[in-house]
Design a protein around this ligand. Structure first.
Ligand code: PLP
Length: 383
């Protein structure tokens, strides 16, 4: 038979998925490798989905999503960004994952270069490559709190650079970019005429400081804002994300949606509408819970004198493993075998974090603390 896709075969393997698959095989494993809230979707959201099904709301919807959901999103983002967001500037997608793919697909051509944060969620690199574009990493130095400086970005901009991807608060580091950093990125984007794909899916999960949206600083429609319901409302399995961009870009995003999915799932859209317009107590409660877990994990690392990054947002922590003399994947597999703890190898997020691993605090407090204690014990054993 003829050759299968060379492009897809050339994509790097996600180290997170690899560890997930391995961790699933370990029966009593403490799973700290996965970036998923441990909460189940709040009841009022599930009720809205059940009602939608009972009402027969089970057919195709308009391509960019149902009007009532887009109206709710427009109101929410208008308030949060401090500038008007029209419903014509919003598309509802199959998770933020699809929103990112649609954003890249609508601005780029094969051969273009896209600046991708190092470290970042491995899917960014895979998506850029799967569209025939070239990912160019820019480092977010640990010594600068995992925030990029101008000199980490500007030297990598060429005539081929089409866009820069940004993620604040960051997966995997938990860095929340300062206003100064966000302004510097926007200045570069304007100077070199770059699109900005700003993944702000963790914007609600800030422990210290404040979230500065790149979209709020967008003067001429170059920023594509990506977000979704997965993390905020514990709705990972519902697969609803959203994309906010200029109407010119939205026209192409809609074209991609037609090709990829047609429209996001009808009942899931109704559920997310209820999530956004309903009481927000769950969000407030979950933020407090994540913060308590971060503090508890940080206290153990401090007590055990194990190097870690103190995240100001999102639910991840980076842990230094440089004293162990192993690469991060070898470390993660050995830790899994010996201590039954799953972690994500830092190398899967970029070269700059190949001597680190990521843990997720999206698990119950007792589980998290036990996992962190075992992790510290393992690091000490191999130091
Ligand atoms: N963006 C970042 C930074 C993420 O960490 C994730 C999931 O882990 C996503 C996007 C994907 O979100 P969704 O479930 O909406 O596709």
């Amino acid at each position: 038979m003829k050759e299968l896709s060379r492009m897809i075969q050339s994509l790097p393997e996600s180290g997170i998925r690899k560890l997930q698959d391995a961790a699933r095989e370990v029966p009593d494993c403490i799973r700290l490798e996965t970036g998923e809230p441990n909460f189940i979707t709040p009841e009022y959201i599930c009720e809205a989905a059940k009602k939608a099904m009972d009402d027969g709301f089970t057919k195709y919807t308009p391509v960019p999503g149902i009007k009532t959901l887009r109206e709710a999103l427009a109101k929410d983002f208008t308030e949060r960004l401090g500038k008007e967001v029209k419903i014509s500037e919003i598309v509802v997608t199959g998770g933020a994952c699809m929103a990112l793919e649609a954003a890249l697909g609508s601005i780029g051509n094969p051969g273009d270069e896209v600046l991708v944060p190092d470290p970042s969620w491995p899917v960014y690199e895979m998506q850029v490559m799967s569209l025939g574009m070239t990912p160019v990493p820019y480092v977010m130095p640990a010594a600068n709190g995992f925030e990029p400086k101008r000199e980490n970005i500007e030297p990598f901009i060429t005539d081929k650079t089409k866009a820069i991807m940004v993620n604040t608060p960051s997966n995997p580091t938990g860095a929340v970019f300062s206003e100064e950093t966000v302004r510097m990125i926007m200045e570069l984007a304007e100077k070199y005429d770059l699109y900005v794909i700003s993944d702000e899916i963790y914007d609600f999960l800030i422990y210290e400081g404040k979230h500065c949206s790149l979209k709020a600083l967008d003067k001429d429609g170059r920023v594509i804002l990506i977000s979704g319901a997965s993390k905020k409302y514990a709705m990972t399995g519902w697969r609803i994300g959203y994309l906010i961009a200029s109407e010119k870009i939205i026209a192409l995003v809609n074209q991609m949606m037609v090709a990829m999915m047609g429209n996001a799932t009808a009942v899931a859209q109704k559920a997310v509408e209820a999530a956004i317009t309903g009481p927000q107590d769950f969000v407030g409660f979950s933020i407090k819970d994540y913060k308590a877990r971060r503090d508890a994990a940080a206290a153990i690392f401090q007590e055990e004198q194990v190097g870690f990054s103190y995240p100001h947002g999102a639910f991840y922590m980076m842990v230094d493993i440089s004293c162990c003399g192993m690469d991060s994947e070898e470390f993660a597999l050995k830790l899994l075998a010996e201590e039954h703890v799953g972690v994500a190898p830092g190398g899967t997020f970029g070269k700059s974090t190949s001597q680190m691993i990521r843990i997720s605090c999206g698990t119950e407090m007792d589980n998290l603390c036990e996992g962190v204690r075992r992790l510290c014990r393992f690091i000490k054993k191999y130091t």
